[in-house]
Design a protein around this ligand. Sequence first.
Ligand code: ADP
Ligand code: MG
Length: 699
Amino acid sequence: MNAYLSTPIEYLKGIGPAKAELLKKEIQVFTFNDLLFHFPYRHIDRSKVYKIRDLRPDMPYVQVKGVLSNLRTLGTKGGQRLVAELRDDTGVLELVWFQGHKWIKESLKSNQVYLVFGKPNEFNGTINIVHPNMDDPEDAAIKKYLHIMPMYNCTEKMKARGIDSKTIMKWINTLILNPQFEVTECLSMELLLEHKLMNRKAALQTVHFPTNLEQLAQAEFRLKFEEFFFIQLKLLRYKVKRHQLFNGIKLEKIGDLFQNFYHHHLPFELTNAQKRVIKEVRVDVKKGIQMNRLVQGDVGSGKTVVALMCMLMAIENGYQTCMMAPTEILATQHFQTISELLKELPVTVKLLTGSTPIKEKRVVYEMLENGELNILIGTHALIETKVSFKNLGMAIVDEQHRFGVEQRAKLWQKNKYPPHVLVMTATPIPRTLAMTLYGDLDTSIIDELPAGRKPIQTLLRYDGSRLAVFGFIRNEIKKGRQIYIVYPLIEESEKMDYKNLVEGYESICREFPEPNYQVSILHGRLKPKEKEHEMGRFIRGETNIMVATTVIEVGVNVPNASVMIIESAQKFGLSQLHQLRGRVGRGADQSYCILMSDVKQSAEAKTRLKTMVETNDGFKIAEADLKLRGPGELEGTAQSGILDLKIGDLSKDTQILSLARNAAQLLLETDPEMKLDVNKPLAQFDAIYRKTAKWGRIS
Ligand code: ADP
Ligand code: MG
């Protein structure tokens, strides 16, 4: 980093030690460079000045110009507000502040002309603007950037000390205008030319102070590319390293066992997508590089059998395999499915969960160690230290989002050498996230459902039509179908949810009385044995209705269940709704998902429910989810520092990310050590990036 940009922030004109402390604490700005990388969250066009008479409450941000008067404090302590009037030749507007009174009073002067910027509201029949932006129209910096003005994030504490967006704008303006301001290019000339990227210095200036929106877009493009490029370089390098470090287990044979299963024991024809994924795995394991593959497949796309066939590849070559599932119910179900499929083949399968009796556990441990056991299926119990394999060759992790990276690592340590790992997730991840979170994994996608499946019909119903819904259920049961009714379980209000569940169960039992109907109930408070019993009854078709909490969310497979009713659907997240819906539509019959909701719901909940009604496509749903919640909120992403992006936006920048990833990939293929002269700038930055892992800290 050059000397000027690494100057401590207190030395910038207008900042000083006290404000510097605040900046360090509040927005982690320590140096000039940090401030330069405090990008605007948006730009606003302030070229238009409205007349007060023309303001309407439904307008977005507007600017008016007028004389300030009558600045005064109203209300009692605690509910105090500062108000003032602004007058132009067409009328009067009220300005209101609820916070920062002291500083605002000191800085504003009555009878002076101000440019006022903010969102018009209506209050008691008059138009006002709350917390307006107040500028002196003669201020040089303001005049200069009046056309497209950057807006910066400031914390409450900063605002209380008089540091607002405009202050920051001025500081950055000072920083950039200094003759010593210099920026080193970090991308190679080749990349700049190929992707028509703005040079770094221009981009950093423009991102703050563009002269038009097109230029701004170019600057952002350049900076996003750069950010993604260095992240991808790091991730992809992990992958290359891993391949160099570990010689994976070579699974050369595809022989009798696999063929026999494929031709004689598979109860259906594989979909093309399933075949393709099996082939992709096959290519990896044959080469002898250690496989780390993420298989994404929508609910019901048939991941289990893909996993099984991959395990057979390992078994055929004399290795053991395991499959780890997030819940006991799911592990048990996998165990049953797989045992059934393999029942005529010489393969041993065992189940290991928290509730496996000690005696049985000992048997499993022994069979694992002496190599008798071919497939071990289970829950987290699989990664307990007591479990050790003779020669684990392939590990399957099902429904990945419940397993953290650490747990995956534990699995790798189960061996002298790392086994091949196949991670399967039914929560499709938007491509951008997959590339960032699992950038070091290879991915396979099962993007096709088995033939003959009818798309699930999703309906939104309000509480008022409950009777009609009951009628519908009755009808479906008459046809021999089974029904799920799911209640939300949210940790904060677990007691209340439990109450709702029990009440719901009781009302369902009244509505659907024995002996004509049988109703199961399943929730987290039941003992594992009880859960298994209830689930078993439903799977065997002994009960018509399963009333449950989200315990059933993941993976459960009952093809005869064709109706999923989700109570208080507005309380569920999108991916969870999609997961739940995926419990039906697994047989040949038309399936339904009925979302029961309060009439009243937040805008976000409305969008979620609408998305569910409109599409069955898990990838589309994942994209919508990402847009609604932002990447930080999605499961498993919170801890990942990778998502600490300065400018890139994973919900929008798919294309730039792809370009950057391809560029990084190409670099690793052609000049991995970055020894070529053209790549020198990249090498320097990459070295710093790997140390700091904070892109914005580099200059
Ligand atoms: P998921 O991908 O959600 O884990 P499963 O592996 O549980 O899906 O499969 C869902 C259902 O589809 C199972 O009943 C399974 O037997 C069936 N299935 C899987 N693949 C096929 C196929 N190619 N043709 C027909 N049915 C299939
Ligand atoms: Mg599954």
